[in-house]
Write a protein that binds this ligand. Sequence first.
Ligand SMILES: NC(=O)c1ccc[n+]([C@@H]2O[C@H](COP(=O)([O-])OP(=O)(O)OC[C@H]3O[C@@H](n4cnc5c(N)ncnc54)[C@H](OP(=O)(O)O)[C@@H]3O)[C@@H](O)[C@H]2O)c1
Length: 258
Amino acid sequence: MIYFTLIMKTVVITGCTKGIGEALAYRFARENYKVIGIARDEEKLKLLKEKLEAEFNIKFNYLVADLSKYEQVSKTIDFLSVNDFDVLINNAGFGLHGEFVELDIDAQIAMINLNVTALVRLTHFAINKFKKLGKHDATVINIGSTAGFMPGPYNAIYFATKAFVNSFSQAIHEELEGTGINVLCICPGLTKTNFFENAKWDINGQMMTSEEVADITYQSYVEKKVIVVTGFYNAFMISIIKRLPESWKRYLTKRLLK
Ligand SMILES: NC(=O)c1ccc[n+]([C@@H]2O[C@H](COP(=O)([O-])OP(=O)(O)OC[C@H]3O[C@@H](n4cnc5c(N)ncnc54)[C@H](OP(=O)(O)O)[C@@H]3O)[C@@H](O)[C@H]2O)c1
């Protein structure tokens, strides 16, 4: 008699209560993954747990944490040390629109803490955990941005944090060659979420949906890709932008972002 054992994998998603993170929670739950969600809004986490567990018959576990705070990232690492997982998605992030010197410096430091420091600490922890457990099919997915391919006047810190994510993720991917652990960087272009309202950034343009970004992320994860710009239009625009002289990039983004 042949017994089939269905081993469910687990994905950790930071910033799963809204936008791209919420769509990723649905996407992975649809593929029968257990989900561990991390965000600040406990009510939204509870609601998401009810919905995902009812709709997909999976287990949703969560932790309330503000990942812009160093000690709360430590608390998250403690929580994840006693919870097994196969995929970590560093998705939580925010932007702030305005002139660097005019924007509150503490808010901008909090952005670096969330978009960069928390992502680096969680990546470091996850890869060490995967190695220690001898996992040969584990992945870290970092949500970068098309913003990471150019400087962003009037969004200077946000664009710089995303340049860090795009570069860091690819470097770590190379260091892990042959281990079976993949690091994938997803670079969405404009995506319809609360991001722009939170960033106080009034912007118009062709936008993808969070669900489209989540589909591309899942597919890229399955195909073990390294860096992916979401959608043909964004990929085409970035391929042109990459060829421009730095002074043109600065001029264009300054006009677009002011
Ligand atoms: N939207 C776009 O056009 C776009 C384009 C490129 C890249 N991205 C990137 O995609 C990622 C998701 O953005 P989104 O557009 O989906 O934004 P969003 O709709 O504003 O969602 C952000 C998520 O992050 C969580 N979050 C925010 N601050 C947090 C903190 N301090 N600690 C823990 N969780 C926190 C929020 O949950 P709580 O409020 O419950 O904490 C929420 O679930 C970000 O990294 C962003 O930079 C977005």
